[in-house]
Design a protein around this ligand. Structure first.
Ligand code: PLP
Length: 522
């Protein structure tokens, strides 16, 4: 019979039949020792033996499927039978299956003879494609406990966007260590800046501790100060806004449009046409790695004499008309925070077409030291520069940036494939002529409560998160100016970011979509 069981109930049904076929490749098969202390009716008292134990592994939870009495491997499938006592259902076995999980069974490892172990080892390697390393030796309780502790980490989790190393990070870090330029600067800082410039086409770049500090430097260099108005996307993460507060300026929040979910060029223009106080700058976010209507926004800013800062923290690799987001404005910032498309564990990059501005930003980022041999200060600065060690990680990460963009886009295409026919699901749009990096695949649900979907995914160790709560709805900004039409609020009330780690594969996305469909009843 087929083993397409998805649920525990299906599993039980299968067990009632005599034979279950398991596709070895699809299942996790654990090799465990079972000592006589397992002692159910089906195993003779005092009998110590080893058998493969099939563990049906579903999204991180181990369901103990059973200890087969007989088994054979044929055509890449592993067949096994369960014992039946007098032709009746073996309740002891069933109970065992209900209450045991793989971890517990492992902990029951008993001592067995070397011969039995060798025999089993041979079988496992030959038939089940499982290698038992010699070092594991004969399973003992102590050994089992060791396996047990390893198993603890084995729960497969799916994160929104987990770090994904290229493989060269340690090599470059080692070079940094060998050179002893651990801190503060060194050649990898230059290399990292150069790689971002080469990739994005930005003329000048400055590596700093994070994107928040990069935004802060941009505002400071542009002379934004106390009492100034700074326009900003309301549909964003607070990291985009905090820098405005650092400068004691006032954020003014502009809503999104339906076409991009990003700042609406139309609302921006309307605001600038009608506002009584001219804002000094605009910080526009390219949300979830998708380009805003940046050419239009840039034109409007020029027309009204407003500096443009692109918060491209999430959008490294995204383009509009083949030009990289972050390079349209007066300044652009990229984040290399742990959850971004690339990471240096924490880091940021400030870019600009204006060399003098970047030099000024460097001056502020390194404690505003005047060019004297002693330490002379006319202005206050910050300690915002990125270290050589983290830059080494950045260089290695930049080597795979295009691969990561491709994979993120692929993950999005899988979500689309598996959910496209579901009427109530809508996907974050991509503007014509743009290429988003699809940092996070974002969707909205028309009828189902998005947090219900989130909760059902959570049970399967799949991370998801509501869309950013718009800034104008944050208690912190209850008194701030806003120019909104309800778009971002509506999206926020319905939307989720789905797990989009580049380490995920199509089967993972399919499984997540199955769970979503189950919650939506479709
Ligand atoms: C839109 C946006 N802006 C700014 C930031 C701040 O970046 P960082 O953590 O590098 O300071 C983030 C993310 O962290 C972000 O998502």
């Amino acid at each position: 019979m087929d083993s397409k069981f998805d649920e525990w109930n299906d599993l039980k049904k299968c067990i009632d039949k005599k034979e279950i076929k398991v596709n070895i490749k699809e299942r996790y098969i654990y090799f465990l020792s079972v000592g006589h202390n397992v002692g159910t009716e089906s195993f003779g008292k005092g009998e110590a033996f080893l058998r493969p134990v099939i563990v049906y592994k579903k999204l991180g939870s181990n369901y103990f499927l059973g200890i087969p009495l007989t088994s054979k491997v044929k055509d890449g499938s592993y067949y096994f039978t369960f014992n039946r006592k007098n032709g009746k259902k073996n309740t002891a076995m069933l109970n065992q299956m209900k209450t045991f999980d793989a971890k517990r069974v492992v902990s029951y490892g008993g001592k067995i003879s070397k011969n039995v172990y060798a025999n089993l080892q041979n079988k496992m390697e030959k038939f089940l494609d499982i290698t038992l390393t010699k070092s594991e030796g004969v399973p003992t309780r102590a050994k089992s406990e060791e396996i047990l502790s390893k198993n603890k980490d084995e729960v497969k989790r799916f994160f929104l966007s987990s770090p994904h190393m290229s493989g060269n990070e340690l090599k470059y870090i080692e070079e940094v260590f060998k050179s002893n330029y651990i801190a503060p600067l060194g050649e990898y800082v230059d290399k990292f800046e150069q790689s971002v410039k080469n990739y994005t086409g930005a003329k000048n770049a400055l590596a700093v501790v994070n994107a928040t500090s990069a935004l802060h430097l941009a505002l400071r260099v542009l002379g934004v100060g106390e009492g100034d108005d700074v326009l900003a996307s309301t549909f964003t993460f607070i990291g985009s806004i905090n820098a405005i507060l650092y400068q004691r300026a006032n954020p003014v929040f502009i809503d999104s449009d339906e076409q991009s979910w990003n700042l609406s060029a139309k609302l921006l223009k309307e605001y600038l046409q009608t506002c009584l106080k001219k804002p000094k700058a605009l910080i526009v976010t390219h949300l979830y790695g998708m380009s805003a209507d940046i050419e239009k926004i840039s034109q409007i800013c020029k027309e009204y004499g407003v500096y443009l800062i692109e918060d491209s923290a999430e959008s490294l690799g995204a383009t509009y008309n083949n030009k990289h987001t972050g390079t349209f404005g007066d300044f652009g910032v990229y984040s290399f925070n742990g959850n971004k498309i690339l990471t240096t564990s924490g880091g940021g990059m400030l870019v600009s077409h204006n060399k003098e501005w970047i030099e000024k930003a460097l001056f502020y980022a390194t404690q505003a030291k005047e060019p004297c041999i002693h330490y002379e200060h006319l202005e206050y600065g910050y300690n915002y520069r990125m270290s050589n060690v983290l830059s080494a990680i950045g260089v290695a990460q930049m080597e795979v940036v295009e691969q990561r963009v491709t994979k993120k886009r692929e993950i999005f295409s899988w979500y689309k494939e598996f959910l496209d026919d579901v009427d109530e699901v809508s996907f974050m749009p991509e503007l014509p002529n743009s290429r988003g990096n699809r940092w996070l695949s974002a969707v909205t649900f028309e009828k189902t409560l998005h947090v219900d979907v989130m909760q059902s995914l959570q049970k399967l160790h799949v991370e998801s998160r509501p869309l950013w709560k718009p800034m104008h709805l944050q208690p912190l900004f209850k008194d701030s100016k806003k120019f909104v039409d309800g778009t971002s609020e509506k999206l926020y009330n319905k939307g989720l970011c789905l797990a989009s780690s580049t380490t995920m594969n199509k089967e993972d996305v399919e499984m997540i979509c199955k769970e979503i469909r189950k919650t939506l009843n479709v």
